[in-house]
Design a protein around this ligand. Sequence first.
Ligand code: IPD
Ligand code: CA
Ligand code: CA
Length: 264
Amino acid sequence: MQQPELSFIEEIARSAGNILRENYGKQIEVQHKSTADLVTAADKASEKFLIETILTKFPKHAINAEESGSHSGEANHQWFIDPLDGTINFAHGVPFFSVSVGYAYDGQLELGVIYDPLLDECFTAQRGKGAWLNKHRIQVSKTGKLINCLLVTGFRHYLRDTPQNNFNNFARFSRITQGVRRLGSAALDLAYVAAGRLDGFWEVALHQWDVAAGALLVQEAGGIVTRMYGEPDFMAEPVSILAANPHIYPTMLAILEQEQDKQG
Ligand code: IPD
Ligand code: CA
Ligand code: CA
């Protein structure tokens, strides 16, 4: 069966982003999936639009989407949809969120698009062809020393009281870099690594829809993406991920391994 084109995914990600932009800053009703896991009408409207548009064109494709879960279909055509990555930012009026759409063929990520509707920045990637920001080619940074790096990470709310809370990693990297940002959209975090704005990203316990498009962007921009302790299959759930430029990747990995060992 036919595979999608990158231009199709860009078009639908931009339209979904327009839905988010129209709803941003308005009085929104927030539902709690759990204490700090929110969903708004905008998440749902964006996801409904994306799924309907994809299934109209590719009725037999499989989709894994954050709000509605798994839509079964032909397993070799697999989509990953985060209709609003950064819901907590969105709900608080913090202008940092995105739409993320990834597509894999035969288990391999092929196409990815992350759209920031407020800055009108569209990050796109195609396996073997490269990565772009609004049609301009992007590359990961060339920074080789951690002390010159700006990193980014995130924290899952339900891990705060567990040994997996990521606080030790955050403290350790904060002391030996220019800083560690916590921006609140894993998809944009990865897109920023691909664009060379940030040098490396790691996070524990994400989902496939958070990272599918962003991981391909980083790879196609010349970066390295693995699970947090170096295993190759970063799409295996629960997703833990390390993505960085190739110069600092080995040092970041070694530090994460040291911190894991300390936890015993
Ligand atoms: C969240 C964001 C955040 C990350 C969380 C994710 P959501 O996704 O990507 O940056 O730290 O782990 O759950 O819930 O806004 O789609
Ligand atoms: Ca997400
Ligand atoms: Ca989301």
